[in-house]
Design a binder for this molecule. Structure first.
Ligand code: NAP
Length: 245
């Protein structure tokens, strides 16, 4: 069976990544989703099979060099280099700056900024050869406005935005576009642990008066990979209900 395009989504087991995976099931794409555990892979496979789509889940821990080696070898051996790459996976290890430990800083920089560098570096060559590539990197509104307790996360996301602009300049000639999507507060496991009073306070400060849905972020990501967005590159598109303008 021949597919229109191969799509790789990191962190596709839950939250925004899962919604992105679901949004790509409608077309003739071969879907590759990653998660850190077999349970996560099961969730990815369920989305793919329940929508009669084709694809697979692959284990990848962005904070583990050995896991990266297996992942890249597997993609190479199975000719799974993507045409569309969504660098979505992420986590937080918040702490106020004075208490932030080296491992909290390094782990967050590794899973966000360093992982995106490694993934793009290893997967860009086939895109250059094909003269086609769509790369979306998940950033955050926090990169634009800062956030107490998130010096590591904000530094990582700002680095991702800066790197993306540079790559957009380097690879535009080969019809590869690279954009960032920067969500505000979105209802996922990542924001689940926030105290309800804090959530209410934040919602009251958002012009649209609510947290966003993972599906709303997925719609924007999907649009940026579509033909309608062919002339958009090097941008960070914010989706935050008006929280940051
Ligand atoms: P989520 O619901 O917590 O899901 C995180 C995803 O990333 C899961 O699939 C998880 O896989 C994967 N992941 C976590 N640690 C990983 C690691 N070390 N290696 C590989 N994969 C890992 O998060 P989300 O809210 O959907 O966030 C998705 C992206 O949006 C992130 O980049 C986040 O920074 C960004 N973002 C989110 C919000 C928000 O309000 N939710 C706001 C701004 C930006 P497992 O299931 O295997 O753990």
């Amino acid at each position: 069976m021949s597919f229109e395009k191969k799509v790789l989504i990191t962190g596709a087991s839950r939250g925004i990544g899962k919604a992105i995976l679901e949004s790509f099931t409608e077309q003739n794409f071969y879907l590759i989703g990653t998660a850190t555990s077999e349970n996560g892979i099961k969730s990815i496979q369920e989305v793919i099979s329940s929508n009669n789509s084709s694809g697979e889940g692959i284990v990848l821990d962005l904070n583990n060099d050995e896991s990266f080696e297996h992942f890249f070898s597997y993609l190479k051996e199975n000719d799974l280099y993507p045409d569309i790459l969504i660098n979505n996976a992420g986590f937080t290890k918040d702490n106020i700056f004075l208490r932030m430990k080296d491992d909290e800083w390094n782990d967050v920089l590794n899973v966000h900024l360093n992982a995106q560098f490694k993934i793009i570096k290893n997967l860009i060559k086939p895109m250059l050869k094909n003269k086609f590539g769509r790369i979306i990197n998940l950033s955050s509104a926090a990169a634009a406005i800062g956030n107490k307790g998130q010096a590591n996360y904000v530094a990582a996301k700002s680095g991702i935005e800066a790197m993306s602009k540079t790559l957009a300049r380097e690879f535009g000639l080969k019809n590869i576009t690279i954009n960032c999507v920067a969500p505000g507060f979105i209802d996922t496991d990542m924001t689940d642990s926030l105290d309800q009073d804090y959530k209410n306070l934040v919602s009251s400060q958002i012009p649209l008066q609510r947290f966003g849905k993972a599906e709303e972020v997925a719609d924007l990501v999907k649009f940026l990979t579509s033909n309608e967005a062919d002339y958009i590159t090097g941008q960070t598109i914010h989706i935050n209900g008006g929280l940051f303008m």
